[in-house]
Design a binder for this molecule. Structure first.
Ligand code: G3P
Ligand code: MG
Length: 234
């Protein structure tokens, strides 16, 4: 992965501290604030890939119930906050337009990896480089599937806890990074990940004191709702 700095600032769900999460507005805010990368969550619905964190629509849109029970057209009529539509992956990538790295988190399985790989192939053919992407997931078999389909694109293994084999599974996956919940950043986990050649990125870190502490612990970057706070630490 190419890095603009030694401490990567990754806008979380775009920059959800500044605009409705996983919308084009939030992604643009993240980039304008100076985030090196932007992260967003992607779910597959048939042939489409949509940016949405929850499986239910209720928290972030004016819709109700599971996203999977709606058609693409119905979902696109919803308000995802401040009049924003739920974006497609292609709309998000077109908006980024190589101005920042893109971390695509696979939130569904059983086809999501293949659908994302199909889209990224088009963007790679269009001039994006593999290192401008990081594909991640908590669903490690889905991430493994993605790796088989598009091995040149780096992947990040997401964990919310400390695995029994430390960073072993992430290394076995051929991951570039271990993306770990900030409350589980054990020094031994960081050491093990680094010994295996993996970066460590912590999510979701919004307080400057925590940003400083994690940086001092050797973490390579953070996901934050407030990229401006992380960049102001320098
Ligand atoms: O990818 C980092 C972070 O986004 C993972 O957790 O629940 O915010 O998608 P979540
Ligand atoms: Mg996420």
């Amino acid at each position: 992965m190419s890095e603009a700095s030694d401490f990567l600032v990754i806008g979380h769900r775009g920059a959800r501290g500044h605009a409705p999460e996983n919308t084009l507005l939030a992604i643009d805010a993240g980039i304008r604030l100076g985030a090196h990368w932007v992260e967003f969550d992607v779910q597959q619905l048939g042939d489409e890939l949509l940016l949405m964190h929850d499986l239910r629509l209720d928290r972030t849109t004016n819709g109700q119930g599971p996203l999977a029970e709606y058609t693409f057209e119905e979902l696109r009529r919803l308000d995802a906050g401040q009049g924003q539509q739920i974006p497609t992956l292609q709309e998000a990538l077109d908006l980024v337009d190589q101005r920042a790295g893109v971390n695509i988190e696979l939130k569904t399985w059983g086809g999501c990896a293949a659908a994302v790989a199909r889209v990224l192939r088009d963007y790679l053919a269009d001039g994006w480089t593999a290192e401008q992407f990081l594909v991640s997931s908590f669903h490690l078999p889905e991430l493994w599937e993605f790796r088989q389909l598009l091995p040149e694109v780096p992947v990040g293994a997401l964990v919310c806890g400390v695995p029994l084999d430390w960073a072993g599974s992430a290394a076995e996956l051929g991951a570039a990074s271990l993306n770990v919940s900030d409350e589980f950043v054990d020094d031994k986990l960081v050491t093990d990940a680094h010994a295996r050649g993996l970066k460590v990125y912590a999510y979701t870190v919004n307080h400057p004191d925590d940003m400083r502490r994690l940086r001092a612990q050797g973490v390579d970057g953070i996901f934050t709702d407030y990229p401006d706070r992380a960049l102001a630490l320098r």
